[in-house]
Design a protein. Sequence first.
Lengths: 299, 536
Amino acid sequence: MRKLLSREARQASLPWRSAAAGAMIAAGFLLPGIAQAAPAGCAALQAKYPGWKGKTLVNAVNPHTPGYEAIDPKDPSKYVGFDIDLGEEIGECLGFKLTYKPVTFAALLTTLASGQADIVISDIYATKERAKAADFITYSKVFDGVLVAKGNPKKITGINTSMCGAAAAENTGFVEVPLVQNLMPTCKAEGKPEPTLQLYENNANCIQAILAGRADTYVNDVNTVDQAVKANPDKLEKAIAVTIPYSVGIAVPKDKPEFRDAVMAALVEIQKAGIHMDLLKKWELDVNNFKEPDILSVD
Amino acid sequence: MSLFLHYLSLPYLLEGIELTLQVTALGLGGGLILGLVLAWMQLSRFWLPAALARGYAVIFRGTPLILQMVFAYDALPHIGIKLPAVLAAGLALACNEAPFIAEMLRAGVLGVDRGQVSAGQALGMTPAVLMRRVIAPQAIRTMIPAFGNESVSALKNSSLASVIAVQELTLRGTQLASSTFDFFSIFFASGLLYLLLTAAVSAIQLGLEWLLDLDRTTRARRLADYLPWRRVDLATKLELSEKAPLAVVQPDVMPPARLLTRAERAKRAATIARNNVAVEVKHLHKNYGAQTVLGGLELTVRIGEVVALLGPSGSGKSTLLRCINHLEDWDRGTVRVGGRRLGFRDDGKRLSPQAVANERASVGVGMVFQQFNLFSHLSAKENVAGPLRWVHGMTRLDADRRACELLDRVGLSHRAHALPRHLSGGQQQRVAIARALAPNPSVLLLDEPTSALDPELVTEVLEVIRRLAIDDGLTMIISTHQIRFADEVADRVAFLSTGSILEEGPAHEVLTHPRHPLTARFLSVMQADKALEAVR
């Protein structure tokens, strides 16, 4: 766990942090390839999209997923993780700074829609349903892991009939929730008991539900599952990794298409410069997650 | 354990306390202001504000705080009000606390003895003075425990601000747990921090109770008495209640006033007949629904005259007295005191409660109640001196001097600093008489002044009234069941039945030779009672 967390950390709530100090930290600790400066194309982007230069935007996060976004245990005033770094890179490219607003997972898009946040980069899967509330710029493929108690007593092998009769812990608002729900008629058809769903507010509570013997499984992003196993190697294990037909996306307000395009363009530059891949390695995430950006927008 | 201590002293968590306190303070402060407004609206004599306040309470008491938080944070921006998270949380908490606080305030205000409110009105206090000097001081004392409860509950409820990104204690705890996986150490640490905060609230509550305890001045109560595991035991309670009234061995027995001879009575009657009219009641009608309480009652009382109202319970004696100083409304008829229509403008329009109060004070109608109705949070002396300062604008020095003089006159100067609850019934009634006399009223109304007293205490009160009548020549209207007293003191007796005067005339004549059969029967029943008592 410790090993994972880079010394490079971002201020969680200090909007006055100077860009110079940020750059210095970045220059000092980041991998050489990343940190020299913003990618060359960024200057052109700032000229093309000048509206966000010098601004401080609010990034709504659900900071309960170490590796993606969580507070730094060594300095809890900072948020750290892959998503945090990626957001900062996008900001640096377009010339804005970020502050963070911690909310529950289910409140991420509400917070964005109400204007209390400008952007959401928080390991949120871009689905058509969610795209009704926000536009997404997808940036990562999804691999889910199945977290179970040590020894996998219920022999669960994924979101399939092996889960019939089991109790699944999930985060309120997660895409896995309808997947488990869709399983219910299938189980019934096979004459097996239906799986039950327990909805919690954050990852930690889902993991605690398994540790306390209340739930049998928790299906979530594979990295999150790995983190949980790493923290409790005697009590938990990952049963299997499953592929889920979604992408992770950055959410932006539907009524700001120019901002959406700017973020998309910045992401392209960042990927071109190799920064995206470097960040995956830095946070020990599977490089297979890498995905070229697309826009998901529905009316 | 070391992890627990580590998190307990972690600055990150400790800083969360500040936000927790900010949200709580906003919630309680805003809730108190809003609650005051709501309580005021509910207690208003107009129906619209009362209905609006009711509606507010139904909505904000009936929906979960967590929804109100999310609404203040996520919905208000859609109508252009984008509050910072702490303010949104404070607003939601304030709106949620307000109806609860309003109900506490309302219960506190309504819990104050109605009799004391009547007494205050009779003394000419405006609604504002009454609220500030009589109702609020007593209501606040009874509300402190409930306020303590509400503060603790608001403090804990502030944790719901975590759902709208306020970095308070709970949100910091959960985030820390997510990133460190030290779930239980962190939650125990933040639980203990909450416990310390709520303990501080309890300490403030107990401190306030101690500070405002009226008995503190009469007995050296130690702070230890207020510790939660300490109970005031029965023995101390008895000691408390007994010690006070018996502390001084009755130096307050007064020499009886002399009785008037027949010749003196005649002379007195002749003098009074030449005096101006003090109270004039004409054709007074009042109904409670279908029941007639006053049916065209006529009564004229001249300056210096003492009139005794006799009659069975429910015959309208008390209602008549309460109408004379307009503590009650009536349906038809007029009441004039000193030639003025109390409570009405010259053109017959009703005056506001405040204007009525001012008029009562300037016309000067004193009232003594069956249940004494002393202000129970004030000492005997303050009961007399207070209204002089608040209503008549006397200086503290003058008011105190006048109070001492009057307490002396009713034989209670040695009990000047006692609280009403430490006085016997007779002593309380004598203080009440002193209080009614203090502003030099032109008329004194006494509503069954001895009915609530134990038999052995009746004499001391009657003695005081007798002196007022005979020595001071005060105009008085007394409703009473004491036939012999009426005979000795009153110039005139009026016998009431079902809201009108059946018979009236010189006291001795009516009482010895009643003409109306109902009067005769009433008198014989009363006398039979006396005879029975004598036999026992």
